[in-house]
Design a binder for this molecule. Structure first.
Ligand SMILES: [Zn+2]
Length: 344
């Protein structure tokens, strides 16, 4: 426990500043490549594809309209150079928010031009990430995602490919998509996730956003999730909250995204802080930052302000992000050392 003032940096109104948060050593663990195209990128891609552009303002969109916009944007990305450019731009985005490492989710079903040449897609991303690292930008690991609407055999096929390809850039198997539309799919994907777990591939699972607490339970019991992307609707079941705290399962929370997509009316009614106070490890993430028009720094700032967090809480949340990430142990140790040395 800390007193309300003991951990505060400058204190008072306007704290924490963007500069304070940017300097905070942290990882980002829940962000989608598909949601990282700025309106100017979309315009350029549309032009290169010879298509007319579409409105990219997500205000008032529901999750299914939002996913449709993602699909259209990604369908414009057709050359290795465009893919590498997106990877490099992502690392630049993370650097601007002071991120030391990021796990980036991509879902092959969103990239129709690459459906039968996924190897080439990953290689092209890798080119962009390597160039970024050479330029001093943060390292990025890839979480390759299934879609909730896919079949059990498609899931096994993707895992077989991952295990055969075993590209060092790929750190985890993931699953995302609209669970409200897909229904209960945990049992369908259990064999694929078991196979990944048996081969020591990390697992992260979207649940407890478009599904309720039962989706989070399925993620843990059927999909062997090490982390939950979102997971906030676990709050609807007290026993589950206690279990997440007991087992220290991290929730990769995206408060701004949840409010924008209408899951909660505003930030103060979002359960992030209640989960944290109950002992559940939570991190802050952007989900689809370009489409949502926010950054990791603005998300930390808005969250800290909403709940009047002091610097001790900010440090704890950043520590969770680093601990939950799938980065290599050396980098994790370096980031944690830097975090201990951070001065608010
Ligand atoms: Zn997400």
């Amino acid at each position: 426990m800390t007193s309300p003032l003991s951990g505060r940096g400058a204190g008072g109104e306007g704290w924490p500043s963007a500069e304070t948060i940017t300097r905070l050593p942290k990882a980002e663990v829940h962000v989608h490549l598909e949601g990282c195209f700025e309106p100017s990128d979309v315009e350029q891609l549309a032009q290169e594809a010879g298509e007319s552009t579409r409105p990219t303002d997500v205000t008032g969109m529901d999750l299914s309209q939002f996913l449709e916009l993602l699909d259209w944007t990604c369908s414009l990305v057709r050359t290795p150079e465009q893919v590498a450019r997106a990877a490099y731009a992502f690392a630049e985005r993370e650097a601007r928010s002071g991120v030391g490492y990021a796990d980036l989710i991509f879902n092959p079903t969103h990239w129709p031009a690459w459906r039968h040449r996924l190897d080439a897609f990953v290689e092209a991303l890798d080119v962009g990430f390597r160039e970024a690292e050479e330029d001093g930008l943060p390292p990025v690991g890839l979480c390759v995602s299934l879609l909730r609407q896919q079949t059990a055999s498609e899931a096994i096929e993707l895992v077989d490919w991952l295990l055969e390809f075993r590209h060092p850039r790929i750190v985890a198997l993931s699953i995302d998509g609209n669970e409200a539309a897909a229904g209960r799919t945990g049992p369908r994907f259990s064999a694929a996730f078991r196979k990944a777990a048996d081969a020591n591939l990390h697992r992260t699972v979207h649940a407890g956003e478009s599904s309720g607490a039962e989706g989070v339970r399925d993620a843990l019991e059927l999909l062997f999730a090490e982390r939950i992307d979102h997971g906030i609707r676990a709050i609807e079941e007290a026993d589950l909250v206690a279990e997440l705290a007991e087992r220290q399962i991290p929730l990769d929370v995206c408060p701004g995204s949840n409010v924008q997509l209408g899951l909660y009316p505003d930030r103060s009614s979002h359960p992030l802080d209640s989960l944290r106070r109950a002992g559940v490890p939570v991190s802050i993430n952007t989900d689809d930052p370009a489409l949502m028009r926010h950054s990791l720094v603005s998300e930390y700032a808005a969250t800290a302000t909403t709940y009047s967090w002091d610097s001790t809480v900010l440090r704890d949340v950043a520590r969770t992000s680093i601990g939950a990430s799938f980065c290599d142990p050396d980098l994790r140790a370096r980031l944690l050392t830097a975090l201990d040395a951070w001065t608010p």
